[in-house]
Design a protein around this ligand. Structure first.
Ligand code: HEM
Length: 517
């Protein structure tokens, strides 16, 4: 792309344009004519006519009030008419795929000059491609969908399918065989949990918890039971279309009656020849509003059974209004005497518990991956804001109380990251049954630790940003979103306290009987 050459003006020339109807301002060496824009300015016209602003360099004032992205929007970029003679821009917009240079904004393995025992050059190459993809393809749409509450456009899902990001979100395994992963950067047999965690982390950087869930989180938890327990016929019908993003799937376990207490579920499936007849309701079903399939927990006469139900006669869904955007498609689902072929049973009748439990560790680990990355992004926001925000003539960072909050935030996210990587390394080296035996407890504790840390960081960040953290647009918009939604990580895939308790109970089971103080 050829960059436009701008006319150069001296500071004296610019200073002449300093009154209503004829106002120029300088921001980072660029000259903007805001004469006509003044009346449209969201912050009002008068602030642009102020003595310290009109015809002057307003860089510091501007960055105290606006995010850099404001100037990058085409409609505002057009206001630039020139540049200041002898000056060059000093504030650079991040390029797609680029790593942040703010300390602690990236994990150590992505920070220049640091080393990691876990990641290879292939992971780094993969990370660049995935970040570029999410920044250029997903993020622009994510911002729109977060606002509108509409589901992610099919074109985005199609592109995710072309790169096989959808399939990779399910982790390493047979389902990757024969697929070109991110244009062939990594071979299916070399794809490991660190590659997968990169996808979750980059997805989290779209900065909307609801979009993270709206982008097929239902598939990540609803499809594994079919991959692991579905008949070959059922797999042939469901797996290719869902991994291609042509059909959508949701996991439908929790109910208003029973939360996720599987023993108390009231959705029943009664045999009628070659069919189950399913009746009941499900609540909090992520992606449920647009799902074509529901991996559903049912009460049958011999216990809990998981059955795949296709949207059709008797199935209805309605949007639940949650604290986050409806882009996640959180639904209340009603099954009214739905006839489902017996061939859609997943696993053995009455053995549904093991079907559901089989994916819990992976699901919780996945929440950990997105949650740490989201937490880290808030650390970056706070470091940037407290450096650029001037109060009483000094940056916020000059206050010890702010630095103390930053110290706590940095330590928390680094603690979370390091524990997460250590568990991911174990996953890479353990068989499925070893993971179930040895990692259920640690993953439960890790998720509890990460979601608690996240909420503490959300609180600290809100204090650092002040009133700006309370508005959905403007400087603190990421902090506002995080503060409003970080609590979701403490609930989804297992409530924080329950998981902490699980971790301890697993440890107690392994306490040696022959040991004493
Ligand atoms: C090219 C120049 C400018 C553009 C395109 C611009 C654009 C905007 C936009 C889009 C907003 C909405 C806030 C957001 O969502 O981020 C805003 C708010 C505001 N702007 Fe500007 N602005 C410009 C220059 C300035 C200058 C030079 C000042 C004063 C020094 C200023 C003062 C404000 C104020 C006080 C607000 C309200 C901030 C708030 O609600 O927290 N703007 N501006």
């Amino acid at each position: 792309m050829v960059s436009k050459t701008f006319k150069e003006y001296t500071l004296e020339e610019i200073a002449l344009h300093n009154k209503e109807g004829d106002v120029w301002i300088i921001i980072d060496s660029k000259v903007y004519d805001v004469s006509k824009f003044a009346n449209l300015h969201p912050g009002g016209p008068n602030v642009l006519f102020a003595d310290a602003v009109a015809g002057k360099d307003s860089t510091q004032a501007f960055f105290g009030l606006h995010r850099h992205e404001v100037l990058l929007k085409p409609q505002y970029a057009l206001l630039q008419i020139g540049k200041v003679q002898g000056q060059e821009e000093t504030i650079k917009a991040p390029q797609p795929g680029e790593l942040s240079r703010v300390p602690y904004a990236e994990p150590t393995w992505l920070t220049s000059g640091y080393y990691s025992p876990y990641y290879s050059e292939n992971h780094r190459k993969f990370q660049t491609a995935v970040r570029t993809f999410f920044t250029t393809v997903v993020q622009p749409e994510a911002i729109k969908c977060e606002d509108s509450g509409k589901r992610i456009p099919q074109e985005v899902v199609d592109k995710m399918s072309e790169t096989n990001i959808i399939a990779m979100r399910l982790g390493p395994g047979k389902h990757l065989q024969g697929r070109s992963l991110m244009g062939g950067i990594v071979k299916p047999e070399e794809f490991d949990y660190f590659h997968e965690s990169i996808i979750h982390a980059e997805l989290a950087r779209v900065s909307s918890r609801a979009v993270v869930d709206g982008l097929l989180a239902g598939l990540v938890i609803g499809l594994p039971p079919i991959l692991n327990y579905g008949s070959p016929e059922l797999q042939a019908k469901v797996v290719p279309d869902t991994l291609a993003g042509k059909k959508y799937i949701a996991l439908a376990i929790s109910e208003a009656f029973a939360g996720s207490d599987v023993g108390g579920l009231q959705t029943t499936a009664v045999r009628d020849g070659d069919y189950w007849v399913v009746t009941g309701t499900k609540k909090w079903i992520t992606n449920g509003t647009f799902a074509d399939y529901f991996t559903t927990g049912c009460k049958t006469d011999t216990g809990f059974t998981v059955i795949l139900i296709e949207r059709g006669p008797g199935v209805s869904t309605k949007q639940i209004k949650t604290a986050y955007s409806s882009v996640a498609g959180t639904a209340y689902v009603t099954f009214d005497k739905v006839r489902v072929p017996v061939g859609n049973t997943l696993g053995k009748v009455g053995a549904g518990m093991s079907v559901i439990l089989s994916n819990f560790n992976h699901e919780r680990w996945m929440v950990c991956a997105t949650s740490v990355a989201a937490q880290r992004q808030i650390v970056e926001e706070c470091l940037k804001w407290s450096t650029q925000r001037i109060v009483f003539g000094k940056p916020l960072t000059s206050l010890a109380v702010i630095r103390s909050k930053l110290a706590a935030m940095i330590s928390r996210v680094e603690g979370c990251q390091n524990w997460f990587e250590s568990i991911t390394y174990q996953m890479n080296n353990m068989s499925y049954s070893q993971q179930s035996d040895k990692l259920a407890g640690p993953i439960g504790l890790l998720k509890q630790y990460i979601s608690r840390s996240g909420r503490e960081t959300a609180e600290d960040a809100t204090q650092v940003f002040g009133g700006r953290a309370l508005t959905v647009t403007g400087m603190g918009k990421l902090v506002e979103n995080y503060h409003r939604t970080s609590g979701f990580d403490a609930i989804l895939a297992g409530a924080e306290d329950v998981l902490g308790d699980l971790g301890v109970r697993q440890a107690l089971k392994k306490m040696p009987r022959d040991t004493r103080l």
